[in-house]
Design a protein around this ligand. Structure first.
Ligand code: FE2
Length: 425
């Protein structure tokens, strides 16, 4: 007896319908026409089924704090950091906890079951760390959360950061973070990378740094990060988030940089929603788009994911944590409109993000966890185009969220009919 049997699902464009058998929280079979008894049967009616969305770059500590204590008037990264600095002293463990928990409910409803969140460790009280470690454990049955020790005010620039960061890691934070472009000088930025990489190497931890989130083409900390990765033998264990300065670098330098990053097996996490709004703020016209060179990174074989980064906080006022909105923005900003590139943008919010987080047993294949999302559409292309309802969100074989189909009803000249926006193949 199976625990769950999903009938008539589609894995991709033009694919024949398949069935998915689930037992003990794992996928047992993915094949057409499974005939077996099951505790629960879902008829997917030809809808698209995917492994869950994964957001490899987020900030749970600042989420849903928009307008506290004031709105970001300039819309810049630096005013966002200022506002966050004003708000931090007033926040409590309960406040951090309540906002993060509410947000996790939003994520699950949208089918996002993997989340890497940076947590600011530059306040010595580490209240956000305390709160988010509890959120990570409480949400474990429903989603995988990784925490990154993030020195928001600078690792070398902000007094006590090393001690705070080491204490956060001792408390159980998973990943070492950094922000080299926010240190006082280029050389201190590079030094911060070296020191943080050493801490990660000594503790056997993954690394994910905010890196070169700047329009300055000379912000080249990704070079140091890649070189240190190779030097310490940490290939495949290090991520560079944002990397927006690559947008403004000259092509010759990038032609040297990409192979260095590929050799270090760096994971890249671009954040299209926030970088299209934050970057280029000092430009008149033409205005730079600011997102890193996603198309070229894909072509260089570098694992590249998209993150949401922020939802309703001092840096970004919008969003409901729909990773399909992120994929859509990334596709538009990067002009990735070929069929292969569209699929790559979908991968950037699913399997590439899971690879960056090193999530185990992810993906629709026998033996993997039965974590699945059934969407009200028939392909990854339509998922990005329509951002449809997540009809079923399934975790370890259990349905944990449902959304009803919602198709507009028209009455034209007395004739009623519904619109579902799906075109024939
Ligand atoms: Fe970030």
């Amino acid at each position: 007896m199976l625990d769950l049997l999903i009938k008539n699902a589609r894995l991709g464009d033009h694919d024949a319908s398949i069935d998915i058998a689930v037992k003990y929280g794992r996928i047992e079979a993915v094949t057409p026409d499974i005939r077996a008894e099951a505790v629960k049967i879902i008829d997917a009616e030809g809808c698209f089924v995917t492994a869950p969305f994964v957001d490899a770059h987020f900030h749970l500590d600042s989420v849903l704090a928009r307008g506290r204590p004031r709105i970001n008037r300039s819309g810049t990264l630096l005013e966002g950091i200022e506002i966050w600095g004003e708000l931090k002293p007033a926040l409590t463990v309960e406040d951090f906890h309540a906002r993060a928990m509410e947000f996790c409910r939003w994520s699950i409803a949208r089918g996002t079951l993997g989340l890497r969140s940076h947590v600011d460790i530059t306040d010595a009280r580490l209240l956000a760390v305390e709160a988010l470690l509890d959120v990570r454990e409480t949400m474990k049955p429903f989603m995988d959360i990784q925490l990154v020790a993030f020195p928001q005010d600078g690792f070398l620039r902000s007094a006590g950061s090393r001690d705070n960061l080491e204490r956060a890691l001792d408390m159980g934070v998973d990943v070492v973070g950094g922000i080299p472009h926010f240190e006082r000088t280029m050389s201190e930025g590079a030094e911060s990378v070296r020191q943080l990489m050493r801490i990660a190497a000594d503790r056997g931890l993954l690394v994910d740094m905010h890196c070169d989130e700047s329009d300055d083409p000379l912000s080249r900390h990704i070079e140091t990060l890649s070189a240190e990765t190779c030097h310490l033998g940490m290939e495949g264990r290090v991520a560079g988030s944002h990397l927006t300065s690559m947008h403004s670098m000259d092509n010759y330098y990038v032609s040297k940089l990409l192979p260095l990053m590929a050799g270090a097996q760096i994971h890249v996490i671009a954040n299209p929603l926030i970088n299209i709004t934050l970057q280029g703020r000092h430009d008149s016209y033409p205005k730079r788009r600011g997102m890193t060179r996603v198309k070229e990174l894909f072509e260089a074989g570098i694992n590249t994911a998209f993150g949401h980064d922020c939802v309703m906080d001092p840096w970004y006022a919008f969003g409901s944590h729909d990773m399909l909105e992120v994929a859509s923005m990334g596709l538009h900003v990067g002009q990735m409109t070929s069929q292969g590139q569209i699929q790559s943008c979908f991968d950037a919010v699913t399997k590439n993000a899971a690879a960056a987080m090193q999530l185990d047993h992810y993906g629709i294949a026998p033996g993997n966890f039965a974590d699945l999302v059934i969407l009200d559409c028939q392909s990854a292309f339509d998922a990005i185009r329509l951002r449809p309802a997540r009809l079923y969100v399934i975790r370890r074989g259990h349905v944990i969220a449902t959304t009803r189909r919602s198709h507009p009803e028209l009455t034209l000249g007395g004739k009623a009919g519904s619109v579902n926006f799906v075109t024939a193949d």
